[in-house]
Design a protein around this ligand. Structure first.
Ligand code: BTN
Length: 171
């Protein structure tokens, strides 16, 4: 039953018709958010620590199951270095499910923290709108030159989208 509900939700997220599965007896009011509207647009996100990122999505021309995400990340989390300026973000996601993984290398024209962060998670449609729910690992060098990994969780909430408009008259 659990699995049926999970796949029912997944179909709803991908804007496919929700089919009544044999054996499902529970009536569910399923929202039908348009996942395509997320990945077809330049998007902005903010996490619980005040960090922001903008992400652009594109399907990998060599594998339609995979999307490529690029963008920039401004770290505003208290207690961390490399704050307040944009760092490149790159990653991959599935075009046929909700999993996503992306990373930032904390070196730009303003600061170099000699550290990297990888976030792994999934898109989720919630009462706050679209979110990316992640766990992260931050690899960095301690004062004594020892490499170490800090871990945590970030939830990013979508704060805006900019859908690209073609300048061609017929589109
Ligand atoms: C560093 O301090 O070495 C670089 C900045 C790391 C910021 C981390 S990445 C995970 C967590 N989420 C944020 O938005 N900021 C911190």
């Amino acid at each position: 039953m659990k699995k049926h509900i999970r796949y029912g939700l997944m179909l709803a997220v991908f804007n496919l018709p929700v089919i009544a599965f044999a054996g499902d007896t529970t009536e569910m009011a399923v929202e039908k958010p348009d996942f395509k509207s997320v990945t077809a647009a330049a998007t902005s996100w903010k996490n619980q620590s005040g960090s922001t990122m903008s992400l652009d999505f594109a399907v990998d021309p060599s594998n339609p199951n995979i999307g490529i995400v690029t963008g920039s990340y401004i770290n505003n989390a208290a207690g961390y270095a490399c704050q307040g300026t944009p760092y490149p973000v790159t990653g991959r996601y599935y075009t046929n499910n909700l999993a996503i993984s992306f990373n930032a290398v904390w070196s730009n024209a303003y600061a170099n923290c000699q550290s990297v962060t990888g976030w792994t998670g999934y898109f989720a449609y919630t009462s706050s709108g679209w979110q990316i729910v992640t766990n992260w690992n931050l690899a960095y060098e301690t004062g004594s030159g020892q490499m170490t990994i800090a871990s945590g969780a970030d939830t990013f909430t979508m704060t805006g989208t900019t859908t690209y408009k073609s300048l061609k008259a017929e589109d």
